[in-house]
Design a protein around this ligand. Structure first.
Ligand SMILES: C[C@@]1(CC(=O)O)c2cc3[nH]c(cc4nc(cc5[nH]c(cc(n2)[C@H]1CCC(=O)O)[C@@](C)(CC(=O)O)[C@@H]5CCC(=O)O)C(CC(=O)O)=C4CCC(=O)O)c(CCC(=O)O)c3CC(=O)O
Ligand SMILES: NC(=O)C1=CN([C@@H]2O[C@H](COP(=O)(O)OP(=O)(O)OC[C@H]3O[C@@H](n4cnc5c(N)ncnc54)[C@H](O)[C@@H]3O)[C@@H](O)[C@H]2O)C=CC1
Length: 216
């Protein structure tokens, strides 16, 4: 399995099935996607129409799912109904149309374009994705909960080291020195600790750390 990241901020995600699984997928994608459309005859209470999620009450048969895909032009389609034949038809129609599909009722070998949704830990812009190759989704979830504490503060570190690499580049510092400096910053316990106190503390400590390799 090869993990890839997608920017869905301009995209629509189409979900078939508004049960427990469809709800989790819809709300997960809604955090990133421009729009999420859920087609289902029934919805859980957690799904509320509006605010990034459109609920469409319908129960398309296997022959009808292609028309829904054409109508909504999604970047990803999720097959999360409790009807295997409908889920299979959703997968086939999406792959035919060259659109990514997440089929939720199967695990194991997949055709290219048939993707799994990993468990994700985010501290924006950092994202860690976990998969077990479909073997044990519950383990993905448990590992996600462990990693959550591990990456706390990584978003602030990404912002700080991202700024520094731009600044050093703008100052014309040679690539090897830049790499050395940035590697020191992201590995420095002192910078991680200082960032907890605030952005400018982190920045000050980062400058102390790279002083040895880069002239101010
Ligand atoms: C292949 C995959 C396809 C896909 O959905 O993309 C898939 C398939 C299936 N899941 C099943 C069951 C469960 N899934 C979860 C939870 C999650 N499942 C997710 C992903 C994936 N699930 C993909 C593989 C990911 C990987 O490689 O590890 C997560 C990580 C992401 C997400 O869904 O958002 C999310 C945790 C999110 C989080 O908390 O971070 C729990 C745990 C719980 O509910 O507490 C259970 C019950 C316990 C158990 O069975 O393990 C079943 C059997 C259904 C049945 O028995 O009928 C199938 C179908 C099959 O295996 O055939
Ligand atoms: N990938 C995952 O993480 C998991 C996957 N599953 C699998 O996902 C499937 C769904 O599980 P749950 O959400 O728990 O079931 P559920 O019964 O809560 O939800 C199924 C939903 O599909 C809707 N539906 C039925 N026919 C439809 C149609 N023709 N078009 C659109 N929507 C339709 C129903 O109204 C219902 O809202 C099951 O097949 C199960 O094997 C189950 C647990 C976890």
């Amino acid at each position: 399995m090869t993990p890839l990241y997608h920017d869905l901020s301009d995209a629509t995600v189409l979900v078939f099935g508004g049960g427990t699984v469809g709800t989790r997928k819809a709300l997960g994608f809604a955090a990133d996607a421009n729009a999420v459309v859920v087609v289902s005859p029934a919805f859980t209470d957690r799904l509320v129409d509006g605010e990034g999620v459109d609920l469409v009450r319908a129960a398309p048969g296997a022959d009808d799912v292609g028309a829904w895909i054409d109508r909504t032009s999604p970047a990803i389609v999720v097959a999360a109904t409790d009807d295997r034949a409908v889920n299979a038809a959703v997968e086939a129609a999406a792959l035919d149309a060259g659109i990514l599909v997440n089929r939720t009722d199967v695990s194991g070998g997949r055709k290219p374009g048939s993707v799994v949704v990993p468990a994700t830990v985010e501290d924006d812009p950092v994202a860690v994705a976990i998969s077990t190759g479909g073997a044990s989704p519950a383990l993905s979830k448990a590992l996600r909960q462990r990693i959550e504490a591990e990456i706390a503060g990584a978003g602030a570190m990404a912002d700080l080291s991202g700024d520094l690499r731009r600044e050093l580049s703008d100052r014309g510092v040679d690539p090897e020195t830049r790499r050395d400096a940035i590697r020191r910053v992201v590995r420095s316990e002192g910078v991680w600790k200082a960032l907890q106190k605030g952005r400018s503390n982190g920045r000050q400590e980062a400058h102390n750390v790279i002083e040895e390799v880069v002239d101010r």
